[in-house]
Design a protein around this ligand. Sequence first.
Ligand SMILES: Cc1cc2nc3c(=O)[nH]c(=O)nc-3n(C[C@H](O)[C@H](O)[C@H](O)COP(=O)(O)OP(=O)(O)OC[C@H]3O[C@@H](n4cnc5c(N)ncnc54)[C@H](O)[C@@H]3O)c2cc1C
Length: 387
Amino acid sequence: MGQEYDAAIIGAGASGCICAYFLLKAGYNVTLFDFASPLRTLLPTGGGRCNLAHAEYDFRELAKNYPRGEKFLYSVFSRFSTADTISLFEEMGVKTYTQENGRIFPESNSAKEVREKILEKIKKAEFIREKVTEVELAEGGFKIKTISNPHHKGREAQYFFPKVVVAIGGHSSLDIIKNLDIKIISPKPSLVGLNTDIKMPSGIVLKNVYSKDLNIKDDILFPHFGISGPLAYTISSIKARENFPYKLTFDLYPGEIKLQNLLNICPHKDVKNILSSFLPLNFIKALLGETSDIKAHKIDGKTRELILNKIHNFEVTVSGANKGEETVTAGGVDLDEINPVTMQAKKYPNLYFTGECLNIDGFCGGFNLQNAWSTAFAASEGILSHK
Ligand SMILES: Cc1cc2nc3c(=O)[nH]c(=O)nc-3n(C[C@H](O)[C@H](O)[C@H](O)COP(=O)(O)OP(=O)(O)OC[C@H]3O[C@@H](n4cnc5c(N)ncnc54)[C@H](O)[C@@H]3O)c2cc1C
């Protein structure tokens, strides 16, 4: 090992494997390091269906879906974005289709199939099943230190490579570069459910709830710990770097509720039954408490306003992210350290970073895998142009 056309890729996840694909195609010898089986991280994506991209074909519009990384991604996406992802997978024998909401999936709806097709295309790469413990600057390249079984004091080893790509994802420690002068932004959970002070009946989903703070509308789920589902995920992403606690206000039914008219029409009905055409019955009971049992004709003006206020200004205090649920992490290698054209570390020629270990993360909908593929392409181009 250690020839000019040798490259090591640390992390055989989405980004590392696609980077390997481009480099192998260009005639490079590629060695992939991972402590787990390659592309294991692809299997749970999109609920097992692999939402591999999003049907946004304008690269600037696409980049708007990344609370961290938007500007940096202009350069990357201008060279490799959604249409290129679709072509890349076609080239690999994976046909795709676009769902109504813009999410792009393989026709097979199988992350397993996508994984197998990619692995088939990179089988020429050498795979070393070891955990990398350190990347150290060395004469003409980098020393990669590993341990074969991190859990049982396994065998330690060292390798040398002239070119190294770090693609260890967002959930692993960047301690492997702790002796290099590269700034890391501490990781925070994103695309995650949020713990709140108010707990509503577990399992209820409300459609098209409006977040007054962020001016966005989407579905929200109430699990036992607080809020989750698409709206909570987007909020967790936008506010990933904000300190807890923070308050959120929702309009649970953004349409008009002509409550006085309804109370007049059905004077002997309980309030909860009147409102059940707007929100689920057990949700109303939890929201309004004893008020939900009052007969319509007994509701005075003050109580009516109180009821409407609870629906249109539903307030919660968020105390934290639901532990262990995060889909991605906000944080990673500071983008100021990286050349957005080549993905090369500005201070370390021939050291590249791709995927989620960078301080880049997107919303739900295929954006995070798009980042993995696009930055992998940019790094491969960077390596090829520095032969
Ligand atoms: C449940 C779930 C569902 C998701 N669904 C989607 C989806 O449908 N669409 C979407 O766009 N995004 C989705 N994501 C996010 C997406 O999977 C990630 O953003 C993407 O996999 C990141 O790619 P990556 O190559 O940077 O990192 P990863 O795919 O996480 O790969 C990193 C690899 O590095 C290895 N590694 C880490 N540290 C070391 C080390 N020290 N030594 C050796 N190897 C190491 C890991 O074992 C891993 O194999 C989902 C995430 C989760 C958790």
